[in-house]
Design a protein around this ligand. Structure first.
Ligand SMILES: [Zn+2]
Length: 283
């Protein structure tokens, strides 16, 4: 990607009536770069809307990503649940691709009391299946398991990096708020943010830093991890230093804002990012 883009998670709050044909021009008015299609309760967008979203987003030069349904568990013990999970990811990828989208993300699995290695193997087999189906269909899109917010969920930074090395078309979706929450408050300094980019750059290559997919929101958490999303100013996430790290590593791709005040925090981060480092040369 040519730059770092700022997206809303779903339609901006002020979209009225709540339709894609209103949401997309609204993003342009707000000075934002696109949106993540929220299929979190099901992939229900009809074919006519998919075509219209593609037409309008390319006309307006907007970037689209998609979030797959929440009801996904690639470590489901019951076969029907496992297969339904695969189908939900495939459907998200297909529809996002038809819409002209760049990348999809999803919460891949729960540990269900099993050890990390066992679950890793199952997730890997599932993702290999998904990727092979999509390749056959000619669906070219990034498949990104998300860095999850709770200790009970598969998908910490190391697992995501490892699976991205081993499965084609797979890269991480780094949710910095989840990373902070699942460690009950760590990963919240400039040095720690830099470590994330260093690790990904070293292990997956600079390419991964130029095609980044991040989620950011304010977050409330406890010992087990994520509790709920907050607006940035209500949370302890050090978004200013996070933006600075994005800038210093020259990361490109998308940041999707998932704060409740969606577009306001997206614009806020974009502003901080633009201003970050402007004094570097002057000093
Ligand atoms: Zn998510």
């Amino acid at each position: 990607m040519e730059k770092l883009n700022f997206l809303t998670a779903g339609m901006p709050n002020l979209t009225n009536p709540r339709k894609y044909e209103n949401a997309l021009p609204e993003l342009v008015k707000l000075g934002l770069d696109g949106m993540e299609l929220e299929f979190v309760r099901g992939v229900t967008m009809n074919p006519a809307t998919q075509k219209e979203v593609k037409r309008l987003s390319s006309e307006l030069n907007l970037i689209l990503t998609a979030h797959a349904p929440y009801y996904i568990n690639l470590n489901a013990q019951e076969k029907p649940k496992y297969h339904a999970s695969i189908t939900r990811i495939l459907e998200t990828a297909r529809v996002c691709h038809i819409c002209g989208g760049y990348s999809i993300t999803f919460h891949a699995a729960y540990y269900m009391g099993e050890d990390k290695e066992t679950v890793y193997k199952k997730v890997k087999i599932a993702l290999e299946d998904i990727v092979s189906v999509l390749k056959k269909e000619g669906v070219e899109i990034w498949i990104r398991p998300e860095l999850t917010g709770k200790n009970s969920q598969w998908g910490d930074l190391d697992e995501l990096i490892q699976i991205s090395k081993e499965v084609e078309m797979v890269l991480p979706c780094v949710d910095f708020s989840h990373l902070h929450a699942r460690t009950a408050g760590a990963w919240n300094t400039y040095d720690e943010f830099c470590r994330v980019f260093e690790k990904i750059g070293n292990e997956l290559g600079d390419f991964a830093l130029k095609n980044f997919h991040a989620h950011i929101a304010g977050i409330e958490y406890g010992l087990k991890g994520e509790k709920k999303h907050l607006n940035l100013e209500e949370s302890d996430l050090d978004y200013k230093n996070l933006m600075k790290a994005f800038k210093d590593f020259d990361v490109k791709g998308v940041i999707v804002c998932e704060s409740p005040n969606i577009e306001e925090d997206a614009i806020f981060m974009q502003k901080i990012y633009k201003e970050s480092g402007v004094f570097k040369n002057a000093s």
